[in-house]
Design a protein. Sequence first.
Length: 430
Amino acid sequence: MKYTYIENIADFVDKEVEIRGWVYNKRSSGKIQFLMVRDGTGIIQGVATEKDTEPESFSLMDNLDQESSVIVRGRVREDKRAPIGYELSIGSLEVVGESKDYPITPKSHGVDFLLQNRHIWIRSSKQWAILRIRAEVVKAVEDYLWERGFMRFDAPIFTPSACEGTTTLFEVDYFGEPAYLSQSGQLYCEATASAFGRVYCFGPAFRAEKSKTRRHLTEFWQVEPEIAYAHLDDSIELASGMIEYLIERVLINRKRELEVLERNISLLEGIKSPFPRIRYKDAVKKVNELGESMNFGEDFGAPQETVIGKNYDSPVVVTHFPREIKAFYMRKEPGNEELTLSFDILAPEGYGEIVGGGEREFEAEKLKREIKERGLGEDAFKWYIDLRKYGSVPHAGFGLGIERTVAWLCGITHIRQTIPFPRTLGRAYP
RNA sequence: UCCUCGGUAGCUCAAAGGAAGAGCGCCUGACUGUUAAUCAGGAAGUUGCAGGUUCGAGUCCUGCCCGAGGAGCCA
């Protein structure tokens, strides 16, 4: 017998089906037993009675524990009392694997306990919903880029040096030489853009900073598109369109998951690009008007990002950051060498920076000067400077952080729940 | 690295220097429409670790370990 997934259950009303899954919860009233079964695509309530259910199966249910794996056969019924509108009258039941003392009960738990049990926590409905939305976001990002002619390439994880000078890197022993886990595919994107025109890389990035906040992980994922023959505005347009598309895809394809999370979707529904734009110097003024102090030349901290983001009901694009708070490869604004052709996109509701990007320096001499002034060591960047020797062109791109984006779309407070197995300061288990 | 809070039953928490408790989960029993079902009973403890003060420490003191929130840091 072929088995059925719960997400397709509406097609099987009044038909016999077989569902293979796990016991989510159980309620018993003696002569009638209610069994919540999940199969990875959804949850359905099975009802067992002495009338409908074969006696052996009925007594088996007495000893079922939470998360026992079971195969359940029965007839699908429409029922207004059920949360999903359908129920299963259980005819028979088979236990595949028992589950003794399942630690995560349907009551509240602490963060540490849940993270120690992340390998099974992801079975819980909210975690399940978040990770389904993450998967949709990842697929939507790729669909969006492929539709626009971008080619995916994969940047290396082992890298010879810092992409950015100041960041703390994870060092590994690479056959006796030091190598570092990549903190960005950015520089490789630029090489690849000159080979393929429009490209993106998508993968993990690593940071060894001792950041201990709700918006930091030591291992996180980002998508980084790069376009040859492009400028700041092209990059902003691409990023804004991508965010608009991600919202649309999640609202259409993951509506049920947003309901599980009790997300207020009216806050997402009205969001269309282009987003409001503000120059860095005006953003600084605005931050001070809104009651957070900040001086020109400082980067936004969490409180500053929050007040700016909360001031708009859509993402907001901040442009033209000062040179000293942006990476060495950012191109300067023509006529004003102190500002860069850079941008960040801040998510609303206080979720902070989800995109950072801009136009890259494509003139070899200016790039070399910047590398020298920052004391970065030209040797490690020889290949990168080479790109400016052989047919250099204006180019631009950005990076979008998957976890922060998913946290915003889901309306959850901590990004550690947006990745299946989070790596945070002091935690690399399970 | 700094600041603040915390660590007691499998889990979430109470016990204001004087007999270690409750709810959930688990075990036993009752119940034909439950929605974190309900009701009755039961088992379950090296109070993070080490030292100290005290007649007496889960509680006070010192050091350490672990966790959380935030700051700093952060393509």
